[in-house]
Design a protein around this ligand. Structure first.
Ligand code: ADP
Length: 417
C-alpha cells in the first residue's frame, strides 16, 4: 500500500519528485499516465500526467482519475506536484486541479509551495524568486505556453480559483513547524482554501512538511516533499530504509546514450563524450526521413555495442536547428527527430541494449512511449534530479535527463566510465 500518492503535471517533474522521495528514504515508482491496472508496490507512487498545459477540463479529469487510483490503492496522503516556477495561466491548471482535489478529498484547505532553494526558487512574502530575480523578471515572463507575468503567488493562484488564498509569511515559517501549523489552521478557519507558504531554505521546507503531516492534500514543487518521509517514519509507517530505497535490479546488457536535446548542457555533454566514447551525430538536414536516419544509426551501432556506451545525437546548435525548422516547420522538425530517436531506441533494445540514457524531455517522452514503458522504479541519483530507473515491463535501466540537467561528464558518470 502506498503511503504517499502523487499526481504530477508533467513527466520530468514527476521524476524530480520521485527522486526527492527516494533520497528521503522512500521507495518510489513513477507511473506513466492515468493507470489502467493495479499500481506497483512502493512507499510512494507518482502518477506522471501531461496536464500542465492541457485544456483545463482534461487536466482536472485526468488528475481526479489519478487521485481515485491512488486512493483505491490505499494512499494516506495526496501530493499534487507542479513546477517550481508555478507554470500556469490565469485559466489554470494549478487552481482548477487543486480545487477539484480539495473537493474530492473533502479537506477544505491545502498549502501551496513551489520553492526549491537548491535550484534558486524561493518564496518570500508570497513572491516567487528565481535566483535573485522576481519570477516575472526571470525569463519566465516570456515562456511560450505559460508566461509568468506576476510574481505574487497569492494573486496568481487567486485568479485561478474561486476559493480565497492566504499567506503564511516568512516570520512565521522561521519559527518552525508548530507555528506554521497554527497559521495554516487559522487561515483555514477564516475561510481560506489555500495558503501560499514562504520558504527560502531547505530547513523551511522540512518544517512545512512536518506541519502538513495530517493534511489530506499538499500542493507544491518537489522541494516541499522533502519533509514528508520523516512524517511517515515518525508515525511508524515507514521503516528506516537508508540507501536501499534506491535499490534496483542489477544492470546488465549493452549501454547507449540517445540525445535529442539541443540545450546547452546536453551540447556540452556530447562535446566531452566525443573525446571518450563512440559518438554518431545524426544529420536530419541531409536525411529528412525518420526511418532512413534510424537505419543509418543502427547500422553504425552494429559491432560497436557493448559495455562502453555508444552515443547517438541529433542535438545541434541553434543555427542548425533553425535551418531544419525553416525547411520543415518547427513541429515537423521536432517530430522527425523524436520519431527517428524512438525508432533507434527500439532497434538498440532489439540488439541487446539494456542500459539507456536519453537526453531531452520531449525526446524522453517519445522514447518511453515507443518502448511501451508503463512505470519507472526510481533508483540512485546520477546527478541532481536525474536518477537511474528500472522500466517495467521492459526490464530496461533508463536515465531520462531533462536537457539542461547534468554535469559535463554526465554520460561517462552514468555508466561509471
Ligand atoms: P530539452 O529537454 O532540452 O527541452 P527536448 O527533447 O524536450 O529537449 O526538446 C528538443 C527538441 O528539439 C525535440 O523536439 C527534438 O526532436 C528537437 N531536435 C533535436 N535535434 C534537432 C535538430 N538537429 N534540428 C531540429 N530539431 C531538433
Amino acid at each position: 500500500m502506498p503511503l504517499l500518492g502523487c499526481i504530477a503535471d508533467d513527466f520530468t517533474g514527476a521524476t524530480d519528485l520521485a527522486n526527492t522521495l527516494v533520497k528521503g528514504g522512500m521507495t518510489a515508482v513513477q507511473v506513466i499516465g492515468v493507470p489502467t491496472g493495479p499500481l506497483p508496490e512502493a512507499d510512494a507512487i507518482i502518477i506522471a500526467l501531461k496536464s500542465r498545459t492541457a485544456p483545463v477540463a482534461q487536466a482536472v479529469e485526468h488528475s481526479l482519475a489519478a487521485c481515485e487510483a491512488l486512493l483505491a490503492a490505499g494512499a494516506r496522503q495526496i501530493f499534487f506536484k507542479y513546477c517550481s516556477t508555478f507554470d500556469s495561466t490565469d485559466e489554470g491548471n494549478i487552481g482548477p486541479v487543486a480545487d477539484a482535489l480539495v473537493k474530492r478529498l473533502d479537506c477544505g484547505f491545502a498549502l501551496a509551495n513551489p520553492a526549491f532553494p537548491t535550484n534558486g526558487r524561493t518564496v518570500y512574502q508570497g513572491h516567487l524568486f528565481v535566483g535573485s530575480n522576481l519570477l516575472n523578471e526571470s525569463g519566465m515572463e516570456n515562456h511560450p505556453l505559460t508566461p509568468m507575468r506576476d510574481a505574487n503567488l497569492v494573486r496568481v493562484l487567486g485568479r485561478q480559483t474561486d476559493g480565497a488564498v492566504g499567506l503564511v509569511p516568512f516570520a512565521v515559517v522561521e519559527q518552525g513547524a508548530a507555528a506554521i501549523r497554527r497559521a495554516m489552521t487559522a487561515l483555514k478557519e477564516s475561510g481560506r482554501r489555500y495558503a501560499i507558504v514562504d520558504a527560502v531554505t531547505d530547513a523551511h521546507l522540512l518544517a512545512i512538511g512536518e506541519a502538513a503531516e495530517h493534511h489530506a492534500l499538499i500542493t507544491g514543487g518537489s522541494g516541499v516533499a522533502m519533509g514528508l518521509p520523516a512524517n511517515f517514519r515518525r508515525a511508524g509507517l515507514l521503516p528506516e530504509r537508508g540507501d536501499s530505497a534506491a535499490a534496483l535490479p542489477p544492470m546488465c546488457g549493452h549501454a547507449a546514450v540517445l540525445a535529442g536535446s539541443c540545450s546547452r548542457a546536453t551540447l556540452g555533454q556530447i562535446g566531452l563524450a566525443r573525446d571518450h566514447l563512440p559518438v554518431l551525430e545524426l544529420d536530419p538536414m541531409a536525411t529528412p526521413d525518420a526511418r532512413a536516419l534510424a537505419a543509418q544509426a543502427l547500422n553504425w551501432a552494429e559491432g560497436r555495442l557493448g559495455d562502453t556506451p555508444v552515443v547517438i545525437a541529433a542535438s545541434a546548435p541553434p543555427e542548425k536547428v533553425a535551418a531544419l525548422q525553416a525547411r520543415l516547420g518547427r513541429e515537423a522538425a521536432g517530430a522527425l527527430v523524436e520519431q527517428a530517436l524512438a525508432t533507434i531506441a527500439e532497434g538498440l533494445v532489439a540488439r541487446g541494449v539494456r542500459r539507456l540514457v536519453v537526453a531531452g524531455g520531449e525526446t524522453s517522452g517519445a522514447v518511453v512511449s515507443r518502448l511501451g514503458v508503463a512505470s519507472l522504479r526510481i533508483g540512485p541519483e546520477i546527478d541532481p534530479g536525474v536518477p537511474w530507473t528500472y522500466a517495467e515491463p521492459t526490464g530496461l535501466h533508463l536515465a531520462l535527463k531533462s536537457g539542461n540537467f547534468g554535469a559535463r561528464d554526465f554520460f561517462l558518470k552514468a555508466f561509471g566510465q
